[in-house]
Write a protein that binds this ligand. Structure first.
Ligand code: CTP
Length: 447
C-alpha cells in the first residue's frame, strides 16, 4: 500500500484545494491530510484564517479523498508524521517547490502544479470588507502599529489625527496617510479608530469615536477609572460597536500557550504569581516628567497585572501598593500585592527608574512555570518540578513588534468571530479600577 501525506490550512475551501487533494490521492492508495490548527497558523504569521478548524476538517472530509485526517500543530511535525505513519510520498502544491526537499531523505517528495488564479487569501479579501483605520496619536507605539498592521490582511490605515498639526503631518508623510486638523474630518471614510495618545486623553477620544459610529482599539491603560471603563463598554454595546484594549501580550500565541499549560493542572493548583517588568526611561521623557499621568504603574502595570487577572481572576480581596518615588513624587518603582479569598497571592513589580529582573513566575502545588524577560513577548517558557532534572520547555513564535496578533483578534471580533477571550471586558474594567485606586493613593485622589 502506498501512503501519501499532504498538509494545508484549507481555509474557505476552494477548487485549488479540491484538485490538489484529488491528485494527491491518485499518487497512492491511502491519503493522510494534515490540517493546521489556529494556534499554529497564528504562530507562523498566517493571520485572519476565517474558518474554524472543525469547518476546515469537515470540508476536507467532504471531498471523500482523505482516508485519514490529522491536525498539524507544530513546526517539525511533518518529519515525525512521515516516520509515524510510514509515509511513502509527501506532496504539496508547487508554491512550495524546494521548501520540503529536506524530507527527500525519508520519502518521495512531489510538488503538484498549483491551480491558477485561486487562493484562500484571494477569497478572504473578497469576502471581507476592508476595515479602514484612522490613528489618533503619533508617538513610537503608533509607528509600530502602522508597520504591524501591514502584516494583517483586511486592514487599511488611511488617516491620522493629532491636535498638533505638525506632528500629524510628519506622521502622515512617513506612512503615506492623510492628516486632518479636526476630528470631524478625520472620522470621514474610516471604520475604526486606533488611539495611541497620552493615557489621560483616551476616555474622551473613545467616547467621541463611539458617538461617531466608529469601533475603537485603544492602547493600555484604556482608561483610568472603573466607571469610565464601564461607561465606554456600555456605550459601545448600545451602538453595536467594539471597544478593545490593546495590551499586546494578551493576544500573542506564546502567552496563550503559557496560560493553557498553567491551567492544565500540570503544576497542580496555582497558588502564587510574581511578575516583573522594568524599562529604564529617560528622565526627560513624559513618563518620568508628567507628575499626574506618568510613573511606572500607569505605564507598565497593565502588563504585569495581566497574568494575575487571567489566572486568578478579578475578584481579589485586597490590593496594596508600595512605591519608590523620584524627587518629583512620581513612582520610579512600584510593587503591587494582591490577595485572593482562596489564599492565593500575587506580587507584581514595575519600574521606570529601577532595573530588576523581568521575570514571570507561576507557582503551583506540583511545580512552577518560569518565563524570563521579555516574558511580555512570550516566546519561550519552562516548567519545573521538585525533581530538578525534570524540565519541560515550550517555544512559540513572536513576530516583530507583536501587535499583529491583537489587530488580527480585533478583526476577527469585528467579523463576528471569537468572543473577548484574550482580554475580557471584565478584565479591562478591573485594570481601570486598579489604575484608579493607585492614583487615589498616590496622586491625592486625582484622576
Ligand atoms: N493549493 C493549490 N492550488 C491553489 C491553492 C492551494 O494547489 N490555487 C494547494 C497548496 O499548494 C497546498 C494546499 O492546496 O498544497 C493547501 O493550501 P493552503 O495554504 O491551505 O491554500 P491557499 O489557498 O494557498 O491559502 P493561502 O492563500 O491562505 O496561502
Amino acid at each position: 500500500m502506498v501512503k501519501v501525506i499532504t498538509y494545508g490550512t484549507f481555509d474557505l475551501f476552494h477548487e485549488g484545494h479540491y484538485r490538489l487533494l484529488k491528485r494527491a490521492k491518485a499518487l497512492g492508495d491511502y491519503l493522510i491530510v494534515g490540517v493546521t490548527t489556529e494556534t499554529f497558523d497564528k504562530a507562523r504569521g498566517k493571520l485572519n484564517v476565517i474558518d474554524s478548524l472543525m469547518t476546515r476538517i469537515e470540508n476536507v472530509k467532504k471531498t471523500g479523498f482523505a482516508d485519514e485526517i490529522i491536525i498539524e500543530e507544530s513546526v517539525g511535525q511533518k518529519f515525525s508524521d512521515i516516520k509515524k505513519y510510514h509515509v511513502d510520498i509527501f506532496t504539496v502544491g508547487s508554491d512550495w517547490v524546494g521548501k520540503f526537499d529536506y524530507l527527500k531523505e525519508y520519502c518521495q517528495v512531489v510538488y503538484l502544479e498549483r491551480t491558477k488564479d485561486i487562493s484562500s487569501t484571494m477569497l478572504r479579501e473578497k469576502k471581507r470588507h476592508i476595515q479602514r483605520f484612522g490613528v489618533i496619536g503619533t508617538g513610537r507605539i503608533a509607528g509600530r502599529f502602522m508597520s504591524e498592521a501591514r502584516n494583517v490582511s483586511g486592514v487599511e490605515i488611511q488617516s491620522v489625527y493629532n491636535p498638533h498639526p505638525a506632528s500629524a503631518i510628519r506622521f502622515a508623510e512617513e506612512w503615506d496617510l492623510n492628516a486632518y486638523r479636526t476630528l470631524e474630518e478625520f472620522y470621514k471614510n474610516i471604520d475604526v479608530v486606533y488611539i495611541a495618545s497620552p493615557h489621560e486623553t483616551h476616555y474622551d477620544y473613545i467616547k467621541d469615536a463611539l458617538n461617531h459610529g466608529k469601533h475603537v482599539i485603544c492602547e493600555k491603560p484604556m482608561v483610568l477609572e472603573k466607571k469610565q471603563a464601564e461607561e465606554v463598554f456600555a456605550l459601545a454595546k448600545e451602538r453595536n460597536l467594539i471597544v478593545f484594549e490593546g495590551i499586546k501580550t494578551a493576544y500573542c500565541p506564546g502567552f496563550h500557550k503559557l496560560l493553557g499549560v498553567a491551567c492544565s493542572g500540570r503544576i497542580g493548583v496555582l497558588k502564587n504569581i510574581e511578575a516583573c517588568f522594568t524599562k529604564l526611561e529617560n528622565p526627560q521623557h513624559r513618563e518620568l516628567v508628567d507628575t499626574k499621568y506618568g510613573g511606572s504603574f500607569l505605564e507598565l502595570a497593565s502588563y504585569v497585572l495581566l497574568p494575575v487577572l487571567k489566572l486568578f481572576g478579578t475578584d481579589f480581596e485586597d490590593v496594596r501598593f508600595e512605591t519608590i518615588d523620584g524627587d518629583n513624587g512620581l513612582d520610579l518603582f512600584t510593587k503591587t500585592s494582591l490577595r485572593y479569598p482562596n489564599g492565593n497571592l500575587a506580587t507584581v513589580t514595575c519600574g521606570l527608574g529601577v532595573k530588576a529582573e523581568g521575570r514571570l513566575l507561576i507557582a503551583g502545588t506540583l511545580g512552577y512555570i518560569v518565563v524570563g524577560a521579555p516574558w511580555w513577548k512570550t516566546s519561550y517558557f519552562e516548567v519545573h518540578y521538585e525533581d530538578p532534572n525534570k524540565v519541560e520547555k515550550y517555544t512559540e513564535s513572536y513576530l516583530d513588534f507583536g501587535l499583529r496578533y491583537e489587530i488580527s483578534d480585533f478583526l476577527s471580533r469585528l467579523n463576528g468571530g471569537e468572543k473577548d477571550f484574550c482580554l475580557t471586558r471584565g478584565e479591562s474594567i478591573c485594570l481601570a479600577g486598579l489604575m484608579e485606586r493607585f492614583m487615589q493613593e498616590h496622586r491625592g485622589g486625582q484622576t
